[in-house]
Design a binder for this molecule. Structure first.
Ligand code: ARG
Length: 460
């Protein structure tokens, strides 16, 4: 007969259609280790409340250990007859303890249980995600260090704008990851509240000790309102936002890598171990890792929107709709744990085409701003300087010349302000060095940024 936690007032079993709709054990089995942690804490509280003798507690904890080992070894498996993870584990306990196994449920509901389990699961996995994020930061920082001093075309609108250090650009992808790590840690403080003891919705008439179970499970506090505790899924929504934003960051980095690896850019060469081939075109070397990172942002964003939509009309307190909180959360975790190591490996092993980057850095008249600003330093109004340099660019384009190819006469023909000594700013090294205010791309600033980030990563 199927294990059910609620048979008493029903005459027959559920219809097949209901059972199929209702069952969640195929995905919520992931919560088993956390459910067992909660059960141990709850057993101790029942013992202290005088509802389990010391001997019963010892047998209960022994059975929970045994059940955990059996789960881990794959010897205890849920069946489709177990509605959810809580039902399956109670069956495992009954198989081991007989009648005594039925005592653990006192004062506890699946409503406070599942909310507790999911908090434990997400807090645990958020820590794993942070470790993977630190690895990605480390890979980007190592490339920035290795290629320190290499100039690259800095772009806006995907058009050459001003030269930058390639390391500055790589570190521009590290900064969002530091915020992601910060965000997950900040989230963890708010998620560190235990719903256990809230029961179905109103708390318990039994002398439980929610603060003690909270502490035992590593939470900072017990929930101050049982009704909120069983219906609140803010911690899932916030986690999914953090995951979605990580997805967006990985997607933007992925998009850059797709561009950099293209024939048109040729900024980097992917290592063979992180690139894929084509089934028909023998020459192909494709950036699938970066594309999958970009593509998977879609499902991460979807999970956030899906959960918010599920939550928005729910009356207090627990409603079965809340069972829909889990698959998206699990998938977000598993997606990030898949994508992050692949992206770290791709970054760590790519080779940067430094000569090409250096050659491209001044192209597209990327030093035009420097020229205009030199004229400003010589007393020309910026409005006029902008105009003069704009004319120079057009003149060069028409005559198929670069700034560097111009003779003194040609400069003077465009404007009397363009004396031969303006050439001193027409080089990439000078342009980079001049951007030396805090946050700029000057080599000294980038070195400082690198040292700061290095220090932060070492602390993580
Ligand atoms: N499996 C449910 C969930 O994930 C928990 C069970 C609560 N069920 C109930 N009928 N109160 O939310």
């Amino acid at each position: 007969a199927p294990t059910r936690l609620w048979g008493g007032r029903f005459e027959g079993g559920p219809s097949d259609a209901l059972a199929r709709l209702s069952v969640s054990v195929q995905f919520d089995w992931r919560l088993a280790p956390y459910d067992l942690l909660g059960s141990r804490a709850h057993a101790r509280v029942l013992n202290r409340a005088g509802l389990l003798t010391d001997d019963e507690l010892a047998r209960m904890l022994g059975a929970l250990d045994d059940l955990e080992a059996a789960c881990r070894a794959g010897e205890f498996r849920p069946t489709v007859a177990d509605e959810d993870v809580h039902t399956a584990l109670e069956r495992g306990l009954l198989e081991r303890l007989g009648h005594l196994g039925g005592k653990l449920r006192a004062g506890r509901s699946r409503n406070d249980q599942v909310a507790t389990d999911l908090r434990l699961y997400l807090r645990d996995h958020a820590r794993q995600i942070v470790s993977r994020l630190v690895e990605l930061e480390t890979a980007l920082i190592a490339q920035a260090e290795h290629n320190l001093g290499v100039a690259a075309p800095g772009m806006t609108h995907l058009q050459h704008a001003q030269p930058v250090l390639f390391s500055h650009q790589l570190l521009a992808h590290v900064q969002p990851i530091t915020r992601d790590i910060d965000r997950l840690r900040d989230w963890d403080r708010r998620a560190s509240v235990s719903p256990l003891g809230s029961g179905a919705l109103a708390g318990s008439s039994l002398p439980l000790d929610p603060q003690a179970t909270a502490a035992e499970l590593g939470f900072d506090a017990a929930a101050p309102n049982s009704m909120d505790a069983v219906s609140d899924r803010d911690f899932v929504a916030e986690f999914l936002f953090a995951a979605a934003l990580i997805g967006v960051h990985l997607s933007r980095l992925g998009e850059e890598i797709v561009l950099w690896a293209s024939q048109e850019f040729r900024w980097i060469e992917m290592d063979d171990t992180y690139a894929t081939g084509s089934s028909i075109m023998p020459q192909k070397k494709n950036p699938d890792v970066a594309e999958l990172a970009r593509g998977k942002a879609g499902r991460l964003i979807g999970h956030l929107v899906g959960l918010l939509t599920t939550l928005k009309g729910l009356p207090l307190t627990y409603n079965r709709d809340l069972q829909e909180d889990k698959e998206g959360a699990f998938d977000a975790v598993e997606t990030l744990l898949l994508v992050l190591p692949a992206m770290s490996g791709l970054i760590a092993t790519m080779r940067v085409n430094t000569e090409r980057l250096e050659a491209l850095a001044p192209e597209g008249f990327a030093l035009a701003t420097d020229l205009a600003e030199l004229l400003v330093r010589r007393g020309v109004a910026f409005r006029d300087a902008h105009e003069v340099v704009g004319h120079l660019v057009v003149w060069c384009q028409v005559n198929d010349k670069d700034f560097g190819d111009l003779t003194d006469d040609e400069l003077a023909k465009v404007s009397p302000h363009l004396t031969p000594d303006v050439r001193e700013v027409l080089n990439v090294a000078g342009a980079l060095a001049s951007r030396k205010a805090y946050g700029g791309t000057a080599p000294d600033r980038v070195r400082e940024q690198l040292a700061t980030l290095r220090g932060q990563v070492d602390e993580h």
